[in-house]
Ligand binder design. Structure first.
Ligand code: ZN
Length: 340
């Protein structure tokens, strides 16, 4: 009788184990059947009432049933664990071939790009690239460039004066002076860099901007040389022939001095908002170096002369790319910078 009970229990327990839908359900079966107060231990106690012969047979049977149920329970438990692991692996799967998020290749600022292009061009024409301090002396920024003490450029409204009497250079021209002081003629140099003016900032004015200064000192340098280099430069930058014109301009450090205009590259000279309908855009001041400037830097104007020009890199970048707000260039705005 007990033997039938045991084998029925075994069959039932095995069915319930294989039908369990969750580890919780499985555990409930284990407690109910194999637990300390479970059915098996109950039967085991009841066996004490059996005759010794019958007890031995039933005991064997009970052990076998217990082992079978425990084995089935372990296997089912492992199945649940394996499924849980697979679910987790699927959820946490990482594709190692995908590019890492957040890392993007950088690019050079458009002003740096145009500066490097111009440097390459002038180096190929035999010019040196010079650097100079951004904090300058009054002598290098003004006096040595023949800018008289009463000249409006010295007005405190345009210049950032420092408490020690020095200033933030208002143009890159002092590097010309430092070049002439350091290198004997003949001299061909350019000097790109930052310049500072105490301006209120708006769409076309910045307190910090980029210039590129150029100078050539030799014997018998003429306006024709100046024009040749300027046209070569502009052709390189705009990647096409550019029509230029010279207008007289007054700058203390050149004599004669010119404003060099280019025919508007946007409209081709027919007139547009960029050129204010004139067909021409004022691009750079230039001229033959004033003999006073040569003399102050220790050169004999009877033996040496030269040309100089100052190019606004910031304005050049704006014209090349049609940028209408100067503030974008120093904004650090990636939406703007990623276009270059
Ligand atoms: Zn135009």
């Amino acid at each position: 009788m007990m033997e039938t009970e045991i084998s029925e229990l075994e069959t039932k327990a095995l069915d319930r184990i294989s039908a369990a839908h969750s580890p919780q359900e499985l555990e409930a079966v284990r407690v109910e059947v194999l637990g300390r107060k479970g059915i098996l231990s109950h039967i085991s106690k009841d066996m004490g009432k059996l005759a010794p012969e019958e007890r031995a047979r039933a005991g064997k049977l009970l052990n076998a049933a217990k082992q079978a149920i425990e084995g089935a329970f372990e296997r089912r438990k492992q199945e649940f664990e394996k499924t849980a692991l697979n679910v987790r692996l699927d959820a946490e799967w990482i594709d190692l071939t995908l590019p890492a998020p957040g890392v993007r290749p950088g690019s050079l600022h458009p002003i740096t790009q145009i500066q490097m292009e111009i440097e390459d061009l002038f180096v190929s024409l035999g010019f040196m690239v010079l650097d100079g301090p951004e904090v300058e002396t009054e002598f290098h920024n003004f006096d040595a460039l023949n800018i008289a003490p009463e000249h409006p450029a010295r007005d405190a409204q345009d210049t950032f004066w420092l408490t020690d009497g020095n200033l933030l250079r208002t143009h890159t021209s002092p590097v010309q002076v430092r070049g002439m002081e350091r290198f004997p003629p003949p001299l061909r140099m350019i000097a790109p860099g930052r310049a500072f003016r105490n301006e209120s900032v708006d769409a076309s004015h910045e307190h910090t901007f980029y210039q590129l200064e150029g100078m050539m000192i030799d014997r018998d340098v003429s306006v024709a040389h100046l024009l040749y280099f300027m046209k070569t430069l502009l052709k390189e930058i705009f990647r096409r022939e550019v029509t230029v014109r010279l207008r007289p301009g007054f700058f203390p450090f050149v004599e004669p001095g010119f404003e060099l205009d280019i025919q508007c590259v946007i409209c081709g000279g027919s007139g547009c908002p960029v050129c204010k309908q004139s067909g021409w855009v004022e691009l750079l001041p230039c001229g033959l170096v004033n003999p006073n400037v040569l003399r102050i830097s220790g050169l004999d104007p009877e033996k040496w002369n030269g040309f100089a020009f100052g190019l606004g890199l910031t304005r050049l970048v704006m014209m090349r790319y049609g940028i209408d707000d100067i503030r974008l260039l120093q904004s650090g705005d990636l939406r703007f910078l990623q276009q270059f």
